[in-house]
Design a protein around this ligand. Structure first.
Ligand code: NCD
Ligand code: ZN
Length: 333
């Protein structure tokens, strides 16, 4: 009856800093063996010193848990090959944000001029540093990701040896792009497998389900579910768990981000069980990621889920999780 997972990984996670880091880091390190840690702090992580310092603060926050923080830098087109060579051993990937598209992304890229990006992306390609991208244009909110597919295709073609990860995909259009280019991969969140725009704004507005990219149409969710549940080899789990304090969510001007770290594996187990694909969960939450990020070393960790009700706390510190106060079918043993 119980489900055993070997070294589950969260390939897109926001751990923040300071007090928030202290609250949320243990909630991931308890149940995951490692996570790709996003660099969108204020200011973003752009130097070797900042990266090393941030990693040390994470390690302090998780204490003795078996958990590897896979560090990332915030992409700048000014990174030289010499700089990347000097920082290569400290990082796992580099995260590119279009300027101003989401939380703390003001210093990101605008224009996507291939020639401007070429020196840095070619160096990353040669050094085998994967590029993670938040793929949204600044167009109409429901079309931003589908419009960005053209940019993914342009990058995948211009840098055929560069591993490009389409982060937190939410559309059928992105799913279709996966099979067109050998070097395109994707992370999929828990919430985008569960909700559509209707759950966010179809009734009373639900600030705790508001995130970037916004949840889309039922047919988009279907396309995501299909590749996640079959554990398509080019997709992997990345929660995009993005905590904000309650006052920043329940506000006039709600911060984007859904906090799912403490419930992710329990809910994934339920979803995969319901669809009779539980045998694929191991691939979706770990094995696929190990193949896509071929240079990561993953610590051994066994996580067991059992069919026993778990009442989701109303709050963790000052953060409201997804499904706060609700009862889940599975718990961590
Ligand atoms: C993330 C955050 O809060 O840092 N927010 C979100 O809605 N997903 C940023 C991001 O990944 O876009
Ligand atoms: Zn994110």
């Amino acid at each position: 009856m119980s489900i055993t997972l070997h070294s589950p990984l969260d390939m897109h996670l926001h751990l923040r800093d300071g007090e928030m880091l202290q609250t949320v880091a243990p909630l991931s390190s308890e149940t995951f063996a490692g996570a790709i840690v996003m660099p969108n702090l204020v200011p973003p992580v752009t130097t070797k010193e900042e990266l090393i310092g941030y990693k040390a603060r994470i390690q302090e926050a998780i204490g003795n848990d078996t958990f590897t923080p896979y560090m990332t830098l915030f992409f700048k087109p000014t990174y030289t090959k010499a700089f990347l060579e000097s920082v290569k051993d400290e990082l796992t990937a580099i995260k590119l944000y279009p300027a101003g598209i989401t939380t703390n992304s003001e210093g990101g890229v605008s224009g996507f001029d291939i020639e401007e990006l070429r020196p840095t992306l070619e160096a990353m390609s040669e050094l085998e540093i994967p590029l993670c991208i938040h793929g949204e244009t600044n167009g109409f909110v429901m079309d931003r990701e589908a419009e960005f597919v053209a940019i993914y295709e342009k990058l995948a073609t211009a840098f055929p040896k560069l591993t490009i990860i389409m982060e937190h995909i939410t559309t059928k259009a992105s799913v279709e792009a996966l099979d067109k280019f050998d070097n395109l991969y994707a992370t999929i969140t828990l919430h985008h497998l569960l909700i559509t725009l209707d759950d966010v704004a179809g009734g009373m507005l639900q600030p705790h389900l508001f995130c970037k990219p916004i949840a889309k149409r039922p047919e988009d969710r279907e396309a995501l579910r299909k590749v996640a549940l079959e554990a398509h080899p080019k997709v992997m789990f990345g929660s995009d768990s993005a905590p904000h304090p309650q006052h920043a969510k329940e506000a006039c001007g709600c911060a984007a981000g859904v906090f799912t770290a403490p419930i992710a594996l329990q809910v994934l187990a339920d979803l995969f069980k319901q669809h009779s694909t539980i045998e694929n969960l191991q691939k979706f939450v770990s094995d696929n990621a190990k193949k896509i990020y071929k240079h990561i070393t993953v610590p051994k960790k066994i996580v067991t889920l059992e069919k026993k009700p778990f009442v989701v706390p109303a709050k963790y510190g000052n953060v409201i999780p997804m499904y706060a106060g609700e009862t889940l079918k599975y718990s961590i043993a």
